[in-house]
Ligand binder design. Structure first.
Ligand SMILES: [Mn+2]
Length: 325
């Protein structure tokens, strides 16, 4: 609360703002950045959003999305840089250099192990999404949310909670969402359709190929699927189209840890984890330089795909042994 009040002061006292978030942005990073931009603009501030990667096409319906740039503005300084949904600066990649060009850094995040790199750090690991935190910020500011902001925040919370199915969904999440729905006259069925009902046939082809790779450990507690670089090439798809794939692994009966291995490039493997039990996948991802939340985390491993899989599976086995003996 104290930190939030400080951030409100920072907003009041400054004029130019830069907003960024992590590589391969998801619904929460896009939604919360656009909501914050609109809040600041309505207060008469100058705002620029830059991300390392473009936003997935499924978020094209979000108001202001076309304003998100990939190139850092040249020869520019900002009063304040907001860094959203990113536990560490290295996750920003190309936009990290903004740190040297802004007088004040504000860090708003909900990941475990956030490095508190800002002058002000609003890090709430109980928040389901940064969308929730931006909502709380507007409450402290006494700022009236409009339809566009409500939609952006809703999408952030909706996607980061896995459509309100994951364990990070709290009573507060539903209170906030109920309020957003009322203010924005939001239609959940329509939004769900826009995010999950507009897949290109090529993405479905990739999904079908990916489902075919399902493997399980002997006891069935670990389930995993693999997407190779070859599969992306064959279907003409990109990583942006795989956001929902991990949920298919998660849905396998008896699986307690679900893993999706994605070959991002030759010798670069992204590993996404979901846990349905008490197995803490944040600590597993941490072994490989990643992190996230207790039941949802990720890391990127440099090296051969098969080698990465073997290493990860050994660690997951070890963790599960600790839980079950
Ligand atoms: Mn998030």
């Amino acid at each position: 609360m104290k930190e939030l009040k400080k951030i409100v002061e920072v907003i009041r006292e400054n004029k130019s703002f830069f907003i960024t978030s992590h590589i391969r942005p998801d619904g929460d990073s896009i939604g919360s950045q656009l909501a914050l931009k609109r809040i600041l603009e309505r207060l008469g501030k100058e705002v620029i959003i830059t991300n390392h990667d473009p936003a997935p096409k499924i978020y094209d319906f979000l108001p202001g999305k076309e304003s998100i740039k990939q190139e850092l503005p040249k020869n520019r300084e900002f009063d304040v840089a907001f860094i959203l949904d990113s536990p560490e600066l290295s996750r920003l990649v190309s936009t990290a250099e903004i740190i040297e060009k802004a007088k004040v850094i504000v860090n708003i995040d909900h990941h475990l192990g956030n490095e508190k790199f800002g002058k002000y750090n609003y890090v709430d690991t109980e928040a389901s999404a940064v969308g929730e935190e931006i909502y709380e910020l507007t409450r402290v500011m006494g700022f009236e949310i409009d339809r566009e902001i409500a939609l952006c925040l809703y999408v952030g919370i909706f996607t980061d909670t896995g459509s309100f199915r994951q364990s990070n969904t709290t009573p507060r999440t539903h209170e906030i969402v109920a309020h957003l729905m009322k203010i924005g006259d939001l239609k959940p069925a329509q939004i769900t359709h826009q995010i999950y009902g507009t897949q290109l046939p090529s993405a479905i082809k990739l999904l079908s190929m990916t489902l075919d790779t399902l493997e399980r450990s002997g006891d069935g507690r670990i389930a995993w699927m693999t997407i190779t670089d070859e599969m992306f090439k064959e279907t003409g798809t990109t990583k942006a189209e795989t956001e929902n794939f991990i949920n298919y692994v998660r849905s396998v009966k008896g699986s307690e840890v679900a893993i999706l291995f994605t070959e991002l490039a030759k010798d670069e493997v992204k590993v996404s984890f979901r846990s349905k039990s008490s197995a803490d996948v944040n600590s597993i991802a941490k072994i490989f330089g990643g992190g996230g939340h207790l039941r949802a985390s990720a890391c990127t491993i440099k090296g051969d795909l098969e080698e990465a899989k073997r290493k990860v599976l050994v660690e997951v086995e070890k963790r599960l042994k600790k839980v079950y003996g």
